[in-house]
Design a protein. Structure first.
Lengths: 259, 412, 291
């Protein structure tokens, strides 16, 4: 690959190694802790609210396709929402602006409801591709919220400028909203108009947090170890730059990390 | 369904493995790579000087340079010669197969300066830089003249990986078909002092460049195919989406409910959209192009802008509703937000521009700029680290089939 | 008094919408000029673009369509008008965008070309849209003609008669700078287009996402950016300050749209402050009522 060099390879090996090490530890039975994430704890409350009010749930998986890791994280969350909805006998509507995601969402709904023992809810649920244009999909989703009298709305995945169109539309329609994205500049919009927000890297911990599977918990903890490693790198770099000065040949650390 | 999950898991792993291997494997096969300082090149050979000072001649594969002639009956060369795999069937090419230095002409054959016979295959002619479209007249050429052997205006009748089939005579004449290998499996890499080497063409090399020349690893040759795979998938999906919308709206139309007008509007919009898409390639002075422009710029454009402008109103109402100072941190955030917002508008200069040049650090735009460049950058870097690590963890789980969901192939 | 001020805590959103509409709409009817401070990020990319030598081209990735045209159209037009005025050659592409993106960019190109007498294929070329980022970006950096065998008008990119601009252009080494203009340009350009890092990267993005680009500018991975409409207005100002009357600003939108933007910001700030005043007043009024 054009931009592959040994420094990047080493970093990849270290990060992947840390994640795999912690997964192995989790599989061996080591207990791992993840702090509470209010947004994810509120999913059950939102589904219950929807069941009481008699309306369906609405899920929107972001504006990106499956090549974006946020969408992959959203898949895990939809699965959990479906399994929770199965407990309450609630159906779910999914809107999307990506035609390539339609069969993927349909598959998730079908498999999740089947796994929860309520396959009939899958046929009552629906995946609607509204338009390839994100802004039109946002307006279409707001229309669905109003027409179908949706009481709880979940917005998880990658979002662009249309984030406020989704969330404010839901706010005006009176829905309880839980949103989660890794696009940090959309977080303020969600914070202003949603009840709960799952921020940035919490989105990637969703699957682990919701399923409590040791393998997934291990990967989340491994990521945190990766962050510690990065902090160590930064600290070492700051000390070396302070002691030796930048662009000093004696500053071997800078020489190693020059790509 | 177990076989389906396993199939998805294996495919996912192989796809990730391709990129991992391409990352790890060197660009050229280690035992078949020659390194040295560039001396010169010919269509078939790149000459390097080894560290010991010896000359190394590296065969760079079959010797072709292509130049494209498009709709030019005089056969005048139109473009810079380049070696390319993106040749289309039906195009007309001039193919330069080799060059040589003229020695003499004897017994109906050209001889190069070393006395070797320059054998010409059917369709090949010898040209010089001055002869234009006409083959050279041997009696008029002085020894030592650089000549080139070319096939002119050969039609491309087939393109395969690594070769092109040309027809330079009557279609039924077997001898008129030639397969010209393109040599995709030799890479010339120019090494840099820092970072990974650049892959270049031999004619881009300059004397003194440090080169590594060798056979490519298999994966490297298929990079562009991998890139195009995603492109094809995305295009296919668009068609699928249109079909899905057609089915849903067709159902609405058949039921003849209250929302049948929505379905009618959809089908009308599809037809208009297709017409606008076809007409957009017409000349700007035509009515068709005006129609297309009207649909896009006078209908779609204002609709899109209107929707985008909703954000301004939503932002105002959401800000008013949500941003209340209930704690010291919220107050600090509010003050920073005000500084950054005002600093990015002309009002920032109005409010603080009177302070004077010597105190320009106190101008609101400069304070706002400092906030954005220093604390904001630090925070964004932290967020990027978290996002990227989260992305690596998620991607790793999917790649190694560790994602324990019942959908998307997991759960086994 | 506190009870009266407590009304500010619950202003109906229709009132907010109306005032926002007036703040953004009225400036179009009055010729209001506001002083502009040019940020260093815009100045940096202007200088690199302005110093393009004759043997290089500017590569512009124009991915915007009707949704973000409010911010991206002025940015794109500011850059293109500068290039057309100076006679700097440029190549326009669209990667993973809406299929309408080339049409939007070509409209601007044609208008500016008519102003300065520039010719398609000689001074600029629009290669259309392609999918497959990020790998396709690497292919563009290696050999742009392999990614775009035909341009937006259907001409072969190897046809030096129709497209002489592309005659000696191959890849990254021939680009002076990359401009990526869309709502949120992709960071993949920095990584994939030229791994050697020789091609400076400049973004023209919506104002809200510019906060993400400052770390990349300070590390040198990005040369600079145009931040929303403000960035477009600054770019136009820089060109005008350097070239004066040669630069025809007729129809350019950056400076014009900056005024409604500024007043819109004022409305938002005012309502935030009023909302907080209303909240305090409500608390005080409740305290007084309890007493």
């Amino acid at each position: 690959m054009d931009n592959a060099n040994w420094q990047v390879l080493l970093l990849m090996v270290v990060f992947s190694g840390l994640v795999l090490w912690k997964i192995a530890s989790a599989k061996r039975g080591q207990g791992l802790y993840i702090r509470p994430i209010p947004g994810l704890n509120a999913i059950e409350e939102a589904v219950g609210r929807s069941a009481e009010l008699g309306g369906p749930l609405l899920f929107h998986g972001g504006v990106a396709d499956f090549t974006n890791v946020q969408t992959l994280a959203a898949v895990g969350i939809l699965e959990h929402i479906c399994k929770t909805a199965a407990k309450y006998g609630n159906r779910i509507l999914v809107t999307t602006a990506m035609p390539v995601m339609v069969p993927i969402w349909e598959d998730v709904i079908k498999a999740s409801f089947a796994a929860a023992g309520r396959p009939e809810l899958a046929s009552q649920s629906e995946v609607r591709f509204i338009s390839p244009a994100g802004d039109l999909t946002a307006l279409g989703t707001t229309q669905v919220l109003v027409d179908e009298k949706v009481s709880s709305c979940f917005l998880f995945g990658a979002y662009d400028y249309t984030s406020l169109l989704y969330s404010e539309g839901g706010q005006i329609a009176g829905c309880m909203q839980i949103a989660g994205t890794s696009d940090y500049y959309q977080i303020p919009f969600f914070v202003a108009s949603c009840d709960y927000v799952v921020m940035v890297e919490e989105l990637f911990a969703c699957s682990a947090y919701l399923t409590r599977e040791p393998t997934m918990l291990g990967s989340v903890v491994g990521q945190d170890y990766g962050k510690l490693f990065l902090l160590l790198l930064i600290l070492t770099g700051v000390i070396c730059a302070t002691v030796f000065g930048p662009s000093n040949p004696l500053n071997l650390y800078e020489g190693i990390l020059r790509f | 369904m177990v076989w389906r999950r396993r199939f998805i898991a294996v495919l996912t792993f192989l796809a990730g493995l391709y990129f991992l291997l391409e990352f790890i494997l060197p660009p050229t096969v280690p035992g078949r790579t020659r390194r040295g300082v560039f001396l010169e090149h010919s269509p078939t050979v790149v000459a390097l000087a080894s560290p010991d000072g010896d000359r190394i001649d590296v065969e760079v594969g079959p010797s072709v340079e292509f130049s494209m002639v498009v709709r030019d009956p005089t056969g005048k060369l139109q473009a810079k010669a380049q070696r390319t795999r993106e040749v289309s069937v039906g195009e007309t090419l001039n193919v330069r197969t080799r060059t040589f230095v003229f020695g003499s002409f004897r017994g109906g054959s050209f001889l190069d300066d070393k006395g070797g016979i320059v054998a010409l295959r059917p369709g090949e002619r010898v040209y010089s830089d001055d002869s234009g479209d006409l083959p050279v007249e041997p009696s008029l050429i002085a020894p030592g003249t650089a000549l080139k052997v070319e096939v002119r205006r050969a039609k491309v009748v087939g393109v395969r990986w690594g070769s092109v089939t040309l027809l330079d005579g009557p279609a039924g004449d077997v001898r008129a078909r030639r397969t010209v290998p393109l040599g995709p499996n030799i890479a010339v890499l120019r090494e840099r002092r820092k970072g990974t080497p650049d892959e270049i063409e031999p004619y881009d090399a300059k004397v003194g460049d440090l080169l590594a020349v060798g056979h490519t690893t298999f994966l490297r040759d298929h990079r562009d195919t991998a890139a195009q795979f995603n492109s094809v998938l995305g295009t296919l999906a668009l068609g699928m989406g249109l079909l899905s919308l057609g089915v849903v709206n067709g159902r609405r139309l058949r039921k003849r409910g209250e929302d049948r007008w929505v379905a009618i509007a959809f089908f009308v919009a599809v037809v208009l959209g297709v017409i606008a898409g076809v007409y957009k390639y017409y000349d700007p002075s035509t009515a068709e192009r005006s129609f297309s422009d009207a649909i896009v710029f006078r209908l779609l454009g204002p609709v899109g802008s209107t929707i985008f402008s909703l954000l301004a109103f939503y932002l105002a109402s959401a800000s008013y509703r949500a941003f209340r100072i209930r704690s010291a941190e919220a107050g600090l955030m509010m003050a920073t937000a005000l500084i950054v917002m005002l600093g990015q508008t002309p009002f920032g200069m109005y409010l603080t521009g009177w302070i004077g040049e010597q105190f320009k650090a106190l101008w609101l735009p400069n304070i706002a700029g400092w906030v954005l460049r220093v604390p904001n950058s630090a925070v964004v870097r932290g967020l990027i680290f978290g996002t990227m690590l989260g992305g690596i963890g998620t991607a790793l789980r999917y790649w190694l089939n560790l994602e324990k969901g019942s959908a998307m192939g997991g759960g086994d | 008094m506190w009870r009266r001020l407590a009304v500010l805590d619950r202003v109906p959103r229709q009132t907010i919408y109306l005032l926002m509409f007036l703040a953004c709409g009225l400036p179009f009817f009055f010729d209001v000029r506001l002083p502009l401070y040019v940020w260093p990020e815009t100045r940096a990319v202007f200088e690199v673009t302005d110093s393009t030598p004759p043997d290089k081209v500017v590569l512009i990735c124009s991915n915007w369509v009707q949704g973000s045209q409010g911010e991206n159209w002025p940015q794109y037009e500011a850059v293109v008008s500068h290039l057309m005025m100076r006679g700097i050659k440029f190549v326009v592409v669209a990667v993973d965008s809406d299929p309408l993106a080339p049409q939007f960019s070509e409209r601007v190109n044609e208008r500016q070309a008519a102003k300065y007498g520039r010719k398609y294929g000689v001074d600029w070329v629009n290669l259309g849209m392609v999918r497959g980022a990020p790998l396709i970006m690497a292919s563009i950096g290696r050999n742009i003609k392999s990614v775009f065998p035909r341009d937006y008008r259907g001409y072969s990119t190897n046809d030096a008669e129709k497209l002489p601009i592309l005659k000696n252009i191959t890849g990254a080494a021939d680009f002076q700078i990359l401009w990526a203009i869309e709502y949120q340009p992709s960071l993949d350009w920095m990584v994939w287009l030229d791994p050697a890092g020789r091609v400076p990267v400049a973004f023209g993005s919506a104002g809200i996402v510019t906060t993400s680009w400052y770390p990349y500018i300070s590390s040198g991975q990005m040369k600079g950016m145009m931040a929303g409409i403000r960035g477009a207005a600054e770019y136009e100002t820089l060109v005008r300050n350097k070239y004066g009357k040669r630069y025809d600003e007729e129809g350019l939108r950056g400076g014009r749209l900056l005024v409604p933007l500024a007043f819109g910001h004022l409305v938002i700030i005012s309502f935030i402050l009023l909302g907080n005043l209303g909240m305090i007043a409500k608390r005080r009024a409740a305290k007084e009522a309890r007493r």
